[in-house]
Design a protein around this ligand. Structure first.
Ligand SMILES: *Cc1c(COP(=O)(O)O)cnc(C)c1O
Length: 398
C-alpha cells in the first residue's frame, strides 16, 4: 500500500489491510468480511484467533517470555516428545522459521557424515521448482534464478536436478553426496506432488548409497494433508520415512516457530556447540505450538481434514467443469490444494478477492488454497459459491 513509506519494498501488497480475524474470516479496516482460504500461506492451521491458542499464549505471556537456550525450556521437551511419538523422529531442534529449520537440516546432514569421518559428503541434491526459504543457503538449495539473482556467489554444495527424472538423480549420486532434499508436495512450485512410489524409491536409493533423505515439510506438515506429515501417505510403516525433516508454518498456527526433526543417528552428530539460536524454541512459541498439537492430535481430527478435503476437491472439480476456459485442473492433497489456471492465476485471485475470498498464487500458474484445517462444511460451501460468482464475473467481462 502506498501508506508504507518505511518498510523495504519487497512485497507487492494489494490495497486491502486486515485488522482482525475469527476462524476462517478476516476483517479489513472497513470491517468488510473475507473468507481466508490462504491461511497466511498454510500457517493459520486452526484459523484466526482460535480460543485454545489465544488462551495458551496469554497464559504463557503472564509467566515467562524468554530465557534463551542457555537454560532448558520446559515446553521444548513436551513439544519434541509429542512430535517424536507421532513421527519417524527421535530428536528435535526448534527454530523460528522454515528457512532456519532447513538450515538446521542441511547442517545436520553434513555434520552426520563429517562425524563419521566421511568429510567429502557435503553435496545436497535438490529439484527444480523447489522452494526452501530465502536465506543464502536455502536460495541455493531452491536453485531458482529469480531468488538468486543479485545476491552474490551462490552458496556451494547444492545440485538442482530435473523434477521427476529418476535417471538424472541416480547419475548425480557420488561419493560427495550427503543427502537428497525434497518437498513431498512442492508448495511454492505449484502444488506439485511427488508420487508415493517415488518417495519410497528415494528412501531405498538413500539407503543403498549411504546418504540421507531430508523432507521439507514446512508447508505440507502438521495435518495439512490429513496426516501429521505428508510423506506418511507413502507408507504407514516408515517405507518413505526421512532421516531429517523440516517443519514450520502450521506448527505455530500463526506464531513464528519451526522445527528440525531427526533420527537418533543424525541428531547424535549435533553435539554441544555445533548449532544454536537465540529465539528458537522460545516459551511463547512452545506454548502455542503445544496448543496446536492438542487439537491436531485429537482423536478424529486428521480424519476430519480428509473429509473436508474430499468436499473441497469436489467443489474445485466442479469449477474446472464449469469454467474450462479459466482453469484446467485440480492439484494437491488434503487441504493444500491448487487450481491450475489457463488465464494468469493473479487474475483469478483478484476476482476471488473482489468477491471476498482469499487465495494465493503458486508457481506453474496455480491458484493455491490452504484454508484452516478446521474449516466447516458450510464455510467451504460459502467459499465455493463466492468463487463461482467471481469466475462468472470474469467470463462476463471477457
Ligand atoms: C515457506 C516455506 C519455507 C520457508 O519458510 P520461512 O518460514 O518463510 O523461512 C521453506 N520451505 C517450504 C516448503 C515453504 O513452504
Amino acid at each position: 500500500m502506498n501508506s508504507e513509506k518505511h518498510t523495504f519494498p519487497t512485497y507487492a501488497h494489494p490495497e486491502v489491510e486486515f485488522v482482525r480475524g475469527q476462524g476462517v474470516r478476516l476483517f479489513d479496516s472497513n470491517d468488510q468480511e473475507y473468507l481466508d482460504l490462504t491461511g497466511g500461506i498454510a500457517v493459520n492451521s486452526l484459523g484466526h484467533a482460535h480460543p485454545h491458542l489465544v488462551a495458551a499464549l496469554k497464559d504463557q505471556a503472564d509467566k515467562l517470555w524468554h530465557t534463551a537456550n542457555i537454560f532448558s525450556i520446559k515446553g521444548q521437551e513436551k513439544l519434541a516428545s509429542r512430535l517424536c511419538d507421532n513421527s519417524f523422529a527421535s530428536k528435535v531442534f526448534f527454530t523460528n522459521s522454515g528457512a532456519e529449520a532447513l538450515e538446521c537440516s542441511i547442517k545436520t546432514a553434513r555434520r552426520y557424515h563429517y562425524s563419521r569421518g566421511d568429510t567429502k559428503r557435503v553435496n545436497i541434491l535438490t529439484f527444480e521448482g523447489a522452494f526452501h526459504g530465502r536465506t543464502l543457503a536455502t536460495i541455493a538449495a531452491g536453485g531458482q534464478a529469480k531468488y538468486l539473482e543479485g545476491f552474490g556467489p551462490k552458496t556451494q554444495g547444492f545440485i538442482s536436478l530435473p523434477f521427476g527424472d529418476h535417471d538424472a538423480l541416480k547419475a548425480a549420486i557420488d561419493d560427495e553426496t550427503a543427502a537428497i532434499l525434497i518437498e513431498p508436495i512442492q508448495g511454492e512450485g505449484g502444488i506439485r506432488s511427488v508420487p508415493y512410489q517415488c518417495l519410497r524409491g528415494l528412501r531405498e536409493l538413500c539407503d543403498a548409497n549411504g546418504i540421507l533423505l531430508i523432507y521439507d515439510e514446512v508447508q505440507t506438515g502438521i495435518g495439512r494433508t490429513g496426516k501429521l506429515f505428508a510423506h506418511e501417505w507413502a507408507g504407514a510403516n516408515g517405507e518413505a520415512a526421512p532421516d531429517i525433516l523440516a517443519s514450520a508454518k502450521g506448527l505455530g498456527g500463526g506464531f513464528p516457530v519451526g522445527a528440525c526433526l531427526g533420527t537418533e543417528a543424525v541428531a547424535e552428530a549435533m553435539i554441544v556447540g555445533t548449532h544454536g539460536t537465540t529465539f528458537g524454541g522460545n516459551p511463547l512459541a512452545m506454548a502455542v505450538a503445544n496448543a496446536v498439537l492438542d487439537i491436531v492430535l485429537e482423536e478424529g481430527f486428521l480424519e476430519s481434514v480428509c473429509q473436508k478435503s474430499i468436499i473441497m476437491r469436489q467443489h474445485l472439480a466442479e469449477i474446472v467443469d464449469r469454467f474450462p476456459d479459466l482453469v484446467e485442473g485440480v492439484r494437491g492433497n488434503g487441504l493444500l490444494l491448487g487450481l491450475k489456471a489457463r488465464v494468469p492465476n493473479t487474475d483469478i485471485i483478484g476476482a476471488f478477492r473482489n468477491h471476498r475470498v482469499l487465495a494465493v498464487s503458486a508457481g506453474d500458474n496455480v491458484v493455491r488454497f490452504a484454508p484452516p484445517l478446521n474449516i466447516t462444511d458450510d464455510e467451504l460451501r460459502l467459499a465455493h459459491e463466492k468463487m463461482i460468482a467471481a469466475l462468472e464475473d470474469m467470463n462476463q467481462k471477457a
